[in-house]
Design a protein around this ligand. Structure first.
Ligand code: KIV
Length: 278
């Protein structure tokens, strides 16, 4: 056994026990260095299928594959040590049948070592959630604006404008909770509806463009760090990485073109007797 002290990861029990207590801090990550940076601050790191848009330049999450999610999930697991890591089940990997959902969710858990999966849970997905939970796979639900439904919705539109829509989103959340979801992401819904959902379900709600009354908050990390020119209204920008990167890369380009880089201090100077490989 290794003599290194192993830091225990948070479990889904930590997350469910937080209902009504201090808000849960959640962010997305897709690679090991970001997983490592977020780890000390976050209760939960989501390897979201937003990776398709944020990292791979896709126009929606629909084209994201199971293999992509597994690769990014493995990287985040290597980088992090204490946060609960949840990996998204991408579009087309769970809807067909209970067997399909189980086999793909089991692949995610076995090949990444993450502790849970997330399913965008219209009411139809309640069967999938209970099937997975009964077989040992913790599931986080996701209701309201479901990015995988972008082609039915005709865009990324906030939910809760009509009473029919409000009833449907509330029913989706209750169905996910009854099916055994350990937490539910509530995305892009009217503030009061998100608060109502939070009251109505026993598991924690994680808001994104939802309500300060949710049991936790999540943002796409790259949005809140200002890596993109545009971000949704609900994103608070905590940094302007685009400007920082632009300035740094501009300075590098200038230094290279003017031969100011590399300097003497940045060069290897091998003494005569020394091997070139050393
Ligand atoms: O894919 C994702 O990053 C998500 C969050 C926006 C909740 O689902």
């Amino acid at each position: 056994m290794s003599s290194h002290t192993k830091i225990a990861r948070k479990t889904v029990r930590h997350i469910t026990a937080s209902k009504g207590k201090a808000p849960l801090v959640c962010l997305t990550a897709y690679d090991a260095p970001m997983g490592a940076l977020l780890d000390a601050h976050c209760d939960l790191i989501l390897v979201g299928d937003s990776v398709g848009m944020v990292v791979h330049g896709m126009s929606s999450t629909v084209g994201v594959s199971l293999d992509m999610m597994i690769m990014h999930g493995q990287a985040v697991m290597r980088g992090s040590q204490q946060a609960l890591v949840v990996v998204d089940m991408p579009f087309g990997s769970y809807e067909t049948s209970l067997d399909q959902a189980f086999l793909n969710a089991a692949r995610i858990l076995k090949e990444t070592g993450c502790q849970a999966v997330k399913i965008e849970s219209g009411t139809y997905a309640a069967d999938q959630i209970s099937h997975l939970v009964a077989r040992g796979i913790p599931v986080m639900g996701h209701v309201g604006l479901r990015p995988q439904a972008v082609n039915v919705d005709g865009g990324f539109r906030a939910k809760g404008r009509t009473s029919e829509e409000r009833d449907r989103v509330l029913a989706e959340a209750i169905a996910a909770e009854r099916a055994g979801a350990f937490a539910i992401v509530v995305e892009g819904v009217a503030d009061d509806l998100a608060a109502e959902i939070t009251q109505a379900v026993a598991c924690p709600t994680i808001g994104i463009g939802a309500s300060s009354q949710c049991d936790g908050q999540i943002l796409v990390t790259d949005d809140m760090l200002g890596r993109f020119e545009w971000a949704p209204k609900f994103v608070r920008r905590y940094a302007d990485l685009r400007a920082i990167i632009d300035t740094a890369v501009g300075e590098f380009a200038e230094d290279v073109r003017s031969r100011r880089f590399p300097s003497e201090a940045e060069l290897y100077k091998l003494s005569k007797g020394q091997s070139k490989a050393g």
